[in-house]
Write a protein that binds this ligand. Sequence first.
Ligand code: ADP
Ligand code: MG
Ligand code: ZN
Length: 512
Amino acid sequence: MNPMNPEPKSAAENKAPAAAAGATLKYLPTIGLEIHAELKTTTKMFCGCLNNPDEEHPNYNVCPICMGHPGTLPVINKQAVKHVLKMGTAVGGTLADFTEFDRKNYFYPDIPKGYQISQYKFPLVTGGSLAGVELTRVHLEEDTATSKHDQGDFSQVDFNRAGVPLMELVTEPVIHSAEQAADFAKELQTLLRYLGAGDANMEKGEMRVEANISVALADENPAKGLDVPAKKFGTKVEVKNLNSFRAAERAITYEIARHIDLLERGEKIIQETRGWDENSQKTFSQRVKEDSHDYRYFPDPDLPKLKLSEAPEFSKENLKKELPELPWEKRARLKNDFGLKDDDADMFVKNEMYGKFFDLVVKNVDLNKNKEVTKKAITLAANYIASDVAGFIKNTDIKNIPVSNEAFAKLMLMLAEGKLSSRAGKDILKIMFEKGGDPEAIVNEHGLMQKNDEGELKTIIEKILAEYPNVVADYKNGKESALMFFVGQGMKATKGSANPELLKKITIEAIH
Ligand code: ADP
Ligand code: MG
Ligand code: ZN
């Protein structure tokens, strides 16, 4: 075997170029994503029909415009334009000044006009980056109707979705692993939610990921790592029907392995569109792509061209002002200001309600004067929310828990001040999750307050020492474990409410 070309790595190993920088990897996978997201607006993209993704009655939110009747006139939805411009601002892209909508002509039963209104030459947003991935463009178009093929010989079409505003985001071919692709999609989902632009549930089809995958023979290039020159990209395959992050990650992993396998056997990769089969966990050929689909794009003559600088509400300053704290800003804040671990920070960012709860708790804890206790309480809060609270909540919404952020903050402060043992903290939290209430009241009711009264503990310890003179002698003869025996007895005598550190100290003092 040629030492410069070691055994091909499995698809899973053959991932991050960073890990491979300087090494001689034989294959470099490249992925570019095209992601569609339905936007949250009151009405559809070009008509006054309600945009209600939860409407269950088929063909309920329809009108002649979204049904594509001839002679109707579409009107641009400002709210949808704004969502995309905000997205563009968040990712640092260039916002178009001049923009227009184009007709993308093709026939399908779910597109009754015979064309989809989309954007071609003048997308609303060009460039920008997200999660370290450069973006090509973000544009606005309309969703199609949905077809159902589960009625025997018939197919049915539901037009509720026809004309719903749809954002399309295209990345540059710069992703090099399935995991990175999934991370990117997750960050986009989080961003859409933060911007209030969409719910982006993949399972509901509100966000749809298409992955373009190619595998190239990579030269060793220590300076640039494994950056393959554009003309040497492998043949790309597009994979559709990815209905979850897991499906996206698995399909990409599968495709990379399939390409490497074909290349190993000296076979050619066919440029085609493939689907993902959830049952077999495999991709399958759907259609071989003709060179370039001729959609005969042309500007829609029914819609006005837009000059965005003429709309003050779309000015860069205005859009910037309206941005919330962005996911990556929040991640950095949680880590820098409160020393949160990466995983906890990421959980609070992705799970917006957890993050909000944490922020409210911090606000309450911050009212405390003792800075050291405050700091301790915040760290405790992060740990408790990420593990214990998450465990209690399971599938209910954190909005509906009976524990108020004030009560939770109070509990964290009591723990930080050493008034409660961590065992008692967990017991109290459990009670709070069952029936709400104030932690101090619960503590008093159940006698859970950690005993820090030295005088009281001293009396208890002295009684125990008198009971076990042999163990005292053992300790005096150097048997260290005897000390823990007394602490254990002390905990028992106080029903677990004593501060063990204090018991230890008092025992040592009492013996000497
Ligand atoms: P098409 O004309 O087939 O739609 P584009 O050039 O517009 O192709 O790219 C569509 C998507 O495919 C983009 O996300 C882009 O990053 C990705 N892409 C392009 N070339 C490659 C490649 N060689 N490997 C992987 N992805 C690619
Ligand atoms: Mg394309
Ligand atoms: Zn309509």
